[in-house]
Design a protein around this ligand. Structure first.
Ligand code: GDP
Ligand code: MG
Length: 141
């Protein structure tokens, strides 16, 4: 599996997706700091949301193959500034999470936010039902 960095706002589903990708039980764990498990680096949503922490995301990306930008289909507002991917020196893909909890319009809106942030490839998944996970796993292999 590629070395990836999970980025996204608080509660968008980063840790749950990491658990799913590792085939672990899905349990809620608040992410307090940068947490590395095998090839996945999980980050707290505050690192994206609070300007003071943003540099930490860039530092954490330096030894990664890929940045995975997450956006929850259940959140209407954009959490990334336009062109956010230019912040990184490695490629970034977009992942819409929580497909099971939202309608198609909401999924499309989250995907549009990710495209505006610079993602040219978008995957739509549910860490709960497993939908879309095989396609994402294939991309990360
Ligand atoms: N319905 C649904 N809920 C999810 C999904 N992924 C995560 N969640 C829930 O969203 C909340 C935040 O998830 P978490 O992975 O901790 O978000 P993080 O802050 O980005 O790490 C938890 O209550 C999860 O159970 C999903 O695919 N579907
Ligand atoms: Mg987390």
């Amino acid at each position: 599996m590629k070395r990836v960095l999970m980025v996204g706002s608080v509660g968008c589903g980063k840790t749950t997706l990491m658990q799913r990708l590792h085939g672990r039980d899905i349990t809620y764990e608040k992410t307090e700091t940068i947490n590395t498990e095998d090839n996945v680096v999980d980050t707290p949503g505050e690192y994206l949301e609070l300007p003071f922490y943003k540099h930490a995301l860039r530092l954490a990306s330096f030894d990664r193959d890929l940045v995975v930008m997450l956006a929850s289909a259940t959140v209407a507002e954009a959490k990334y500034p336009p062109g956010f991917t230019t912040f990184f020196t490695v490629p970034a893909i977009g992942v819409v999470t929580k497909k099971d909890a939202a309608g198609q319009d909401a999924v499309d809106r989250a995907a549009a936010h990710l495209r505006e942030a610079g993602a040219q490839e978008i995957y739509v998944v549910s860490a709960m039902t497993g939908e879309g996970i095989p396609e994402l796993e294939a991309r990360l292999a």
